[in-house]
Design a protein around this ligand. Structure first.
Ligand code: 26M
Length: 818
């Protein structure tokens, strides 16, 4: 009986109703008549989960029979977004569920709105991981996403007097129907202590004698492929205290204190760090990293591989993809497992390890490159530090063999840095250990080879490759933009959802008046839909006829939200100073969405400024409502799904050479927004694909940025030379947006005038010129809509399915299991 195949509930309205009621009665413990919306939501989610579960169990069984290579994606973040709609869509249950609930007298939309999205990531990097696991499931690639089940995800952002305040994201509060714990598969993860050598039958070996440990309990989430019946696994680890912990370390007879001390271990998975650059070197963060990576490697070796597996064949069965440096401690961990625990020779273990890892870099900012002080790492993970030293010794020998005794070069390339303190350079460790190193857009990968990792690229040119990022068309087109999806399907057939290059077929319709009209109608409907969403949240609206100009991304100086604000202030100034008659102004709504890291003071000043400018501009009758600034708080995946389909203009205005790729740029182009952007990250590739006529390029190129730095950049020169810029800055400085108080934005203004690391002032003139081209272009609606259609038609390349094919061909060499 135990071996009987599991059967999913029948995929019919009746079957769904039965299962739903069963869940409501027996899992939630309520009758339909007395249930509230949250009971109903949980029962609905549980029902969808039941359908997926049968397939998931099947796939698990099949995968272990086939013994094929598995992609283990190691990521400290997964920014998943809501699950319900995505899972209904993937399992072809949307209509069945809608009808089934209607039969129970329930409007499914009321329940949709209740889902709290799992915000287990900061931004681009975490969302990328979520797109990748969606594509891998859709492509039937055996994959396990490994990560952390943070109890609190990215904070909820609120505004108080225009300033950001952070609130905890208790996303598990009302129950978590999408994941389920597997306590029987828990791993014990150790920390601290010391190492010792011992005699093993005449061979001297080293072992780690840790001081404390914690239990890692896996929670599985199902990752359904789109319409292919496949369900992959996202395995997120939660930290739970072990008994050994309180007995071993805290057994001083104080029972209550020892129980209380358990919460110390459970802190490890308590909260997502909200910084997405300039890592702080906090011990808890290193604990998180080691915790999830050690648990994942042990899980793969003990539970995914068959008993008695010959570990010399490990590279045939797994590739551990390192999503940035956060999981790089996995490199010495695998070495420790192979050498200390499995008794393998160092060289053999190293050869295996090098084949099992590959590293994706997501940044170019030097301050974002992660380092860990030797002091801290040695205290928390003494054996790993020894292993890192030994890896480095062997590596530096190789450098000497290759390039001679160039001590400068040795110092520059060493995995151990000496200044300002002794530290482990995680990006270097990843580069030395990985079979491949990739950047996330062509320009970024080139800059990695030329600058950040140039010595390594000289040593191992074949190690370096590019995989331009991508986004999942299921969530960001099919689900987020149902009306455009319907139009596309009616025009081209349904295959585009899994073969996005088919959107090319729309080029033929760019000049078709009827198609244009329908396309424009979809955009207008999406704007009205967004307007309703905003009205319900904040009481704000988007007026008909307005160009919707959106900048949605984390708040960062390099992304240059300030440049956007200077444009708004300048446009406002032109009206109120009477230089431009208000009736000549193209009506525009500027929409921002952005969270700032809580400790990032300048980013918080910028948030305050955006809100302050919005308050003045929106209330000034002289503007006659033609300029409007909206800044809904708590931008997240759910809100993105409403904004992106409505956008006309996509702001991608980072300083050239600073944005590794960007992925919002892709989502917006795919939904028919035109980009105003610099030659940075994936913008370069978007422009190449959509064509110069359908993209508003401005600003310095990366080599021009370098040249201006080299000659000595003085932002104040630009201030003095450009009247529009001077007027905009003076207006802010004079207190026009702070009730006359000049001190409020003083730090921001002096930063711009005397530092301006990201050269906003240097690009201002060019940016304003480009914005004038935008206004002119928008005035010709026919031509604009044509460009928007061409943006959609030519964005197929940016599917994460394509990105996965590139990873598979260039790095992973894994194949589908059907
Ligand atoms: C590091 C240490 C401690 C705490 C947090 C971190 C950390 C977390 C997230 C550091 C960086 C993090 O994310 C960086 C990120 O999101 N990078 C973006 O990655 C996208 C996907 O490749 C790119 O499109 C963006 O250009 C890049 O900025």
């Amino acid at each position: 009986l135990a071996l009987a195949p599991v059967a999913a509930p029948p995929a019919s309205v009746d079957g769904f109703v039965r299962r739903f009621l069963q869940n409501l009665n027996f899992d939630q413990g309520v009758a339909l008549s007395t249930s509230d919306d949250n009971d109903r939501y949980l029962a609905l989610a549980g029902t969808v989960r039941d359908y997926l579960m049968a397939r998931w169990l099947d796939d698990q069984a099949q995968q272990s029979r086939q013994q094929s290579k598995t992609v283990c994606y190691l990521s400290a973040e997964y920014l998943l977004g809501r699950q319900l709609d995505n899972n209904l869509l993937a399992a072809r249950l949307t209509e069945i569920a809608t009808e089934a609930l209607a039969q129970c007298g329930i409007d499914i939309d009321d329940l949709r709105a209740l889902e709290i999205e799992p915000g287990l990531g900061n931004g681009g990097l975490g969302r990328l991981a979520a797109c990748f696991i969606d594509s891998l499931a859709t492509m039937s690639i055996p994959t396990i996403g490994y990560g952390i089940r943070y109890e609190y995800g990215i904070f909820r952002q609120a505004f108080a007097d225009g300033q950001q305040v952070e609130q905890p994201d208790a996303w598990l509060r009302l129950g978590s129907p999408w994941d389920f714990p597997h306590p029987e598969a828990a791993q014990t993860i150790s920390f601290g202590g010391r190492t010792e050598t011992y005699d093993d039958d005449g061979v001297e070996r080293t072992r780690w004698v840790p001081e404390w440990n914690v239990l890692a309990v896996p929670y599985n989430m199902m990752v359904p492929g789109y319409h292919n019946g496949r369900v992959n696994t996202l395995r997120l680890w939660r930290a739970v205290a072990t008994n050994a912990f309180d007995l071993h370390t805290f057994n001083s007879g104080d029972y209550v204190a020892s129980v209380r001390a358990q919460t110390f271990a459970e802190n490890i998975s308590k909260v997502l760090y909200p910084e997405d650059s300039t890592p702080q070197g906090k011990e808890l963060r290193l604990q998180q990293q080691y915790f999830f990576v050690a648990a994942s490697i042990a899980d793969f070796v003990e539970h995914v591989l068959p008993d008695g597996f010959d570990l010399t064949k490990l590279p045939e069965r797994v590739i551990f993809q390192l999503n940035d440096t956060h999981p790089v401690i996995g490199v010495p961990e695998l070495m420790r497992v192979l050498v200390d625990e499995k008794g393998m020779e160092w060289d053999a273990a190293w050869a295996i390890t090098q084949k099992c890892f590959a590293y994706t870099c997501h940044t170019l900012l030097p301050e974002a490159l992660e380092v860990w002080s030797v002091d801290l790492l040695g205290r928390l993970l003494p054996r790993h530090l020894e292993i890192i030293y030994r890896i480095n010794d062997a590596f530096l020998l190789e450098v000497r063999e290759r390039f001679g005794d160039d001590e400068m070069l040795i110092r520059d390339m060493s995995i151990i840095g000496e200044h300002p303190f002794r530290s482990v350079r995680m990006a270097y460790l990843a580069t030395v250990a990985g079979s491949k190193v990739n950047g996330v857009a062509e320009l970024h990968s080139q800059l990695l080879r030329d600058n950040v990792l140039k010595d390594f690229a000289r040593m191992w040119p074949e190690k370096f490759t590019n995989v331009t990022n991508g986004v999942t068309p299921r969530r960001f087109l099919r689900l987020a933009n149902p009306e455009l999806s319907t139009l596309i399907t009616e025009t081209l057939g349904a295959g585009w959802t899994v073969d996005l290059e088919r959107l090319r077929g729309l080029e033929a319709y760019a000049d078709d008046p009827e198609f244009r009209e329908r396309f424009a109608a979809v955009k207008a409907a999406n704007k009205r839909r967004l307007s309703r969403v905003l009205a319900a949240r904040d009481g704000t609206t988007i007026d008909d006829g307005h160009l919707l100009d959106v900048m949605i991304k984390r708040l960062h100086e390099y992304k240059r939200q300030t440049l956007k604000v200077l444009h708004i202030v300048s446009a406002y100034d032109e009206i109120v100073s009477g230089r431009v008659p208000v009736e000549k102004v193209q009506p525009r709504t500027f929409l921002f969405g952005a969270k700032a890291a809580p400790g990032y003071a300048m980013a918080k000043h910028i948030i305050h400024l955006i809100n302050a400018v919005g308050e003045v501009v929106n209330a000034d009758p002289r503007v006659e409502g033609r300029l409007k600034v909206l800044y809904p708080s708590n931008y997240n995946v759910t809100l993105a799904e409403s904004i992106i389909p409505a956008a006309d203009l996509s702001e991608q205005i980072s300083l050239a050479g600073k944005e590794a790729s960007g992925t919002g740029n892709m989502k917006l182009a795919l939904n028919g927004a035109l980009t105003i952007g610099t030659d940075d990250g994936a913008n370069v590739e978007i422009r190449q694909l959509v064509g110069d006529d359908n993209f508003f390029l401005f600003g310095m190129s990366e080599p021009e940025v370098e040249a201006l730095w080299a000659e000595g950049y003085r932002p104040a020169d630009f201030y003095h030379e450009d009247e529009r810029l001077r007027r905009a800055i003076d207006l802010i400085a004079a207190g026009a947006f702070s009730g006359g108080d000049r001190s409020v934005f003083e730090p921001l203004i002096s930063n711009l005038l005397y530092d301006d690391r990201f050269m906003a002032l240097a690009d201002f003139g060019s940016y304003l010129d480009a914005q004038e081209r935008v206004d002119a272009a928008y005035a010709d609606q026919d031509a604009w809509v044509r460009s928007a259609i061409l943006n959609v038609a030519r964005s197929g390349f940016f599917s994460s399915d394509r990105a996965m094919r590139d990873y598979l061909d260039r790095i992973w060499h894994a194949t589908p299991v059907h």
